[in-house]
Design a protein around this ligand. Structure first.
Ligand code: NAP
Length: 377
């Protein structure tokens, strides 16, 4: 995905200047590519660890994408992780070992932070956002700013890469029929583990039936996403969820086999129809990275497949197939979504676009650099 295709959208007089924290990683590179050609956002600053800072991006990044490093990024100097970047807001693709306090430092310094990392997803005053699912949760930002004394800054997160696809598919079903129980088994791509990620000798010709912390995230995050913000706190959706997570030798695209029970009886035909008809409203559909129908239903018995379907809807759609009766629960299906786009960079860019149209992003005044004291002669 090279960037949004809705082209010449002139909704904002000036572009918002975006910084990318963790710009050299797998997710960071996706941000860099998406921002290189964005109608509302301009790639202004890049930051990473001290291994990379002080060097030109093009010299230090191990670029993994098929298209070349965007010109806008190649010569940018990678900065250290300090909240004095010359930009209006930041995307965070930081390793979770550093993301927690770093994102708080940026929010405290007045930056809106759009985070991919797990650290703040379940905080009681931080929106865990999928615009097509729970945009009303943005109301928590005001409470977060009050609780934490943030002046202009805040943190908004996007879900874990497997949760993102799952919840996109669960949302229309929850609205139409209600959800009782969900049983999900994942087959997750290696790019989900970052770079260098899983050692080739561990994954080639193999399946690893454990991804640290992943099952917990898949069981917790949907409760918040499909739950409600009641004005002062998040109220969980209260479904039963059991997840098994596996790493498989696939490059991009997380596949999930899901069985679910519904509160209201529905036929397989009705379930398929509700998924096929899931469409976002005009406000969301007008966002550069959005797709009108974020769930794509395929008919073929042998789809979805990561290599063939991960880029559906520019990587922003969840692809569902094999919708059929389940002899234990009510319905079973297979879904696929792009872990680095829908599950990471694309998700955060879409979140930022929604924040922009809702007035949460502002043009910040440049942070003055400290003036060096004249050396006495
Ligand atoms: P990655 O490839 O390992 O990249 C990590 C980034 O963090 C690099 O830019 C690295 O910079 C930077 N970093 C590491 N230690 C740092 C430090 N001490 N100070 C400043 N920067 C530091 O990981 P990734 O796959 O892109 O994932 C990034 C985040 O997104 C993680 O929190 C991950 O859990 C989350 N996420 C990933 C996916 C996915 O599918 N991959 C999906 C959803 C969410 P250097 O290059 O300079 O070391």
């Amino acid at each position: 995905m090279s960037g949004p295709s809705k082209g010449s959208d002139k909704r904002f007089e000036r572009k918002f200047r975006a910084g990318v924290l963790g710009a050299t990683g797998m997710v960071g590179q996706r941000f860099v590519r998406m921002l290189a050609n964005h109608p509302w956002f301009e790639l202004a600053e890049l930051a990473a660890s001290e291994r990379s800072s002080g060097k030109k991006y093009g010299d230090v990044v191990k670029w993994h994408l098929d298209s070349p490093i965007p010109e806008a990024a190649r010569d940018l100097l990678v900065k250290e992780l300090a909240p004095n970047l010359d930009c209006d807001f930041v995307f965070s693709a930081l390793d979770s070992s550093v993301a927690g306090p770093a994102e708080e430092d940026f929010a405290r310094a007045g930056y809106p932070v759009l985070s991919n990392s797990k650290n703040h997803r379940m905080d009681p005053d931080v929106p865990l956002l999928i615009p097509e699912v729970n945009s009303a949760h943005l109301d928590a930002i005001a409470v977060q700013q009050k609780n934490r004394g943030y002046d202009g800054g805040f943190i908004v997160t996007n879900p874990n890469c497997s949760t993102a696809g799952l919840v996109l598919v669960l949302k229309p079903l929850a609205d139409a029929f209600g959800l009782e129980k969900i049983f999900v088994v994942t087959m997750q791509a290696v790019s989900g583990a970052g770079y260098p990620g899983v050692a080739s000798l561990d994954i080639l010709g193999n399946v690893v039936p454990f991804i640290s912390g992943e099952e917990e995230k898949m069981e917790e995050e949907p409760q918040k996403l499909l739950g409600k913000w009641d004005g002062s706190r998040f109220v969980e959706a209260g479904m039963g969820i059991s997840a098994h997570c596996n790493r498989v030798p696939v490059r991009d695209g997380h596949m999930e086999c899901v069985s679910l029970s519904l509160k209201k009886i529905a036929s397989i035909h009705e379930v398929a129809e509700v998924l096929r008809d899931f469409a976002v409203d005009d406000e969301l559909a007008s966002l550069p990275t959005a797709v009108r129908n974020p769930v794509v239903v395929v008919e073929e018995d042998n789809r979805p497949q990561p290599r063939r379907d991960a880029d559906a809807g520019n990587g922003m759609a969840a692809v569902v197939g094999r919708i059929r009766e389940c002899s234990l629960l009510d319905v079973k299906l297979t879904l696929l979504s792009h872990n680095l786009v829908r599950g990471a960079a694309g998700a955060a860019v879409l979140n930022a676009e929604l924040l922009a149209v809702r007035g949460y992003l502002q043009h910040r005044v440049a942070v003055p650099l400290p003036v060096a004291e004249p050396i006495p002669r």
